[in-house]
Structure formats: structure tokens, C-alpha cells
Write a protein of this length. Structure first.
Length: 334
């Protein structure tokens, strides 16, 4: 019944076009008179990806009122709880869903994530030992848990095993980098990945790691150079995000600001981008640009209440700056 329409929703979702996926699911839900738990659940899944957990929960409750045992609606509810930081509730839901074959792998991954957020490292080690996980998942969580318990040598060994099973795996490399920074210091780690980034036969992940370490150690020019190389290989929003931060930190605000704006149009909940974006607008003396963007975002995402607060703060700042400029003139002409 839903095959062709669901394929379109999946296409949008897989492309990370979550706002478009949400709008599509909303249209389908209206076509079904808002009674379809299927499309309500699809809406909730897209909302979770957009970080709008409260609205997702309201929609999930509608879906569960129609179909209380729908495992995909329950999974979306667990995701919303985890997103809101209600980890105990999320763990209880994922624990039940882990018994359902259709969603077992997904529930297991989410459970391990919740355990890590709560620093339940021994629970992770127990799960890794007992569950039949793929090598990547097994070594990822084992390394994280061992590092959390300060068992760094064992964590490094787990990462090495992971890289043997999956050479150049980006997650494994980032985990190893985190361990190396702790054990050897950030400068020694930066130099090591600088050497690796120069080897043409190695994949771009080494350039990305090197750029990140350069940015963190104040080597902004080198970081930007590496991000430029990476950007030429494809339009990855993660690279755009990192490049924008590096530009904003190194005096390239006018180039960074449009990049921040595009990223906020994709995800208006990224508080780190909001902070850097508004600070960059103020540094170039144009907070009004931020106010215009927040008005635009509110037209796109009217349910995002935090945007109202950001707009009010920006307008107050603009008013204060205008008043401050007028005061010397007023005094002179009294």
C-alpha cells in the first residue's frame, strides 16, 4: 500500500533531507486523515533526526494510541527519550525492543549509546562479551568502555584489532586519535597525523584528523588548507561545518557566515553553530544579519521555540548598539 510513497520517504531520509522527509510524511498523514500510525511514525523519525524530540513524542503518542504494540513507534519513542537525555526510560524501552528480531540490532546499538552517556562502562563490557555484534560495533564500544575505565592499553589493543578487521575505518581512527591524544599529547599526535596526511595512497580521513588537530592546536592556516582539500573531494556537511569554524576563528568571518547559515537551515538546533554564527556577525558589526536569518528560520521552523529567544536577544543587542551610537550625539547637542 505504501511501497512507492515509502520509497520516496526513504530516499529523502537516506539523503539526510530530514525536513523534506518530514513534510512528505505530513502530507501522507493528512491524506490518511491523520490516523495512520505508519506515517505518524515516519514523521516522528524525521523529527528525531532534526532534534525536535518533544514534538516527536507528541506524534508518537498519537501513533501508539492507534497501534500500542507498533515496535517502530516504540523505537521512535525510545529515540526521543534518548535525545532528550531521559536515558533510564530509553534504556527500558530499548531493552524490551532488543527482544524483537526486526529491530534488535538497532535497539542494541542504541542501548550501548545510552550506557555510554551514563558512563555505565561495565554494562557495556558485559554486553559486548555476550551479544553477537559485528566487529566494528564490538571493538568500538569495547574501546570506549575500556578508555572510560582508564584501561588505555587495552583500549588501544581493541582499536588495533578493529583496524586489522576494517583497515582505515574512520570511526576506529577517530577512537584511536582520542586515545593517542590522552596517552601521547595533542602535539605529538598532530605531527603523527600530519605525516600520514601527506601519503597520497591513504584515504581522506587522515587529512580530516590532521585538520581537526591543527584547529585545536591553533594552526588555523594549516587546518583551512586541509579543509579546502577535503571540500574539493565532495560536499560533506561535516567538512563544511569544520571549515566554517576554522574560518571564523582565523579572521575569515565573512566567508564563514554564509556557511553557518546554510548549516542552520539544515539543522536549526545546532547550538554550537548558533553561538559561533552570532559571534561572527557581531565581530563584523552586522548583528542585523543574524536577526534576518532567525526570522527566516522561524518561517521554516515555527515550532522551534528557542529561535524566538535568539531573535529577541539579537534585536535587544541591535537596539542597545543603536542607542550607544546615539548617546555621544545627544550629549553634544543638549
Amino acid at each position: 500500500m505504501y511501497s512507492r510513497e515509502y520509497e520516496e520517504y526513504k530516499r529523502l531520509f537516506s539523503a539526510h533531507a530530514f525536513s523534506d522527509a518530514l513534510a512528505f510524511a505530513e502530507r501522507m498523514s493528512v491524506a490518511c486523515s491523520d490516523t495512520s500510525e505508519f506515517w505518524l511514525t515516519c514523521q516522528a523519525a524525521a523529527l528525531n533526526q532534526l532534534g525536535r524530540y518533544n514534538r516527536a513524542l507528541r506524534i508518537i503518542n498519537k501513533a501508539l494510541a492507534v497501534a500500542p504494540e507498533n515496535i517502530f513507534a516504540l523505537l521512535a519513542m525510545a529515540d526521543s527519550c534518548a535525545g532528550k537525555g531521559a536515558y533510564e526510560r530509553a534504556i527500558a524501552l530499548y531493552g524490551e525492543l532488543r527482544q524483537k528480531p526486526k529491530v534488535k540490532p538497532r535497539a542494541q546499538r542504541a542501548l550501548l549509546f545510552c550506557f555510554s552517556r551514563m558512563k555505565k562502562w561495565n554494562e557495556i563490557l558485559t554486553a559486548v562479551a555476550e551479544w553477537n555484534l559485528a566487529p566494528g560495533q564490538k571493538y568500538l564500544w569495547k574501546a570506549k568502555a575500556l578508555a572510560g575505565l582508564d584501561r588505555y592499553d587495552e583500549a588501544v589493543d581493541a582499536c588495533n584489532r578493529w583496524l586489522e578487521a576494517e583497515p582505515h575505518n574512520p570511526q576506529a581512527i577517530w577512537q584511536m586519535v582520542s586515545l593517542e591524544v590522552t596517552l601521547e599529547g595533542i602535539e605529538a599526535t598532530r605531527k603523527k597525523y600530519g605525516r600520514l596526511a601527506k601519503i597520497p595512497s591513504l584515504p581522506p580521513i587522515y587529512n580530516e584528523v590532521y585538520a581537526s588537530l591543527c584547529r585545536k592546536t591553533g594552526n588555523a592556516e594549516t587546518a583551512l588548507s586541509e579543509y579546502e582539500k577535503l571540500a574539493r573531494t565532495g560536499a560533506d556537511p561535516r567538512i563544511t561545518r569544520k571549515k566554517a569554524f576554522a574560518l571564523a576563528k582565523s579572521g575569515g568571518e565573512r566567508e564563514a557566515i554564509p556557511m553557518f547559515e546554510e548549516l542552520l537551515r539544515l539543522n536549526p538546533n545546532d547550538m554550537y553553530i548558533h553561538s559561533s554564527y552570532y559571534a561572527a556577525c557581531k565581530r563584523i558589526g552586522d548583528p542585523g544579519r543574524a536577526a534576518n536569518l532567525y526570522r527566516e528560520l522561524l518561517s521554516l521552523y515555527p515550532e522551534e521555540k528557542k529561535l524566538y529567544g535568539r531573535l529577541r536577544k539579537t534585536e535587544k543587542d541591535i537596539s542597545y548598539r543603536a542607542d550607544k551610537k546615539m548617546r555621544p550625539y545627544d550629549k553634544k547637542n543638549r
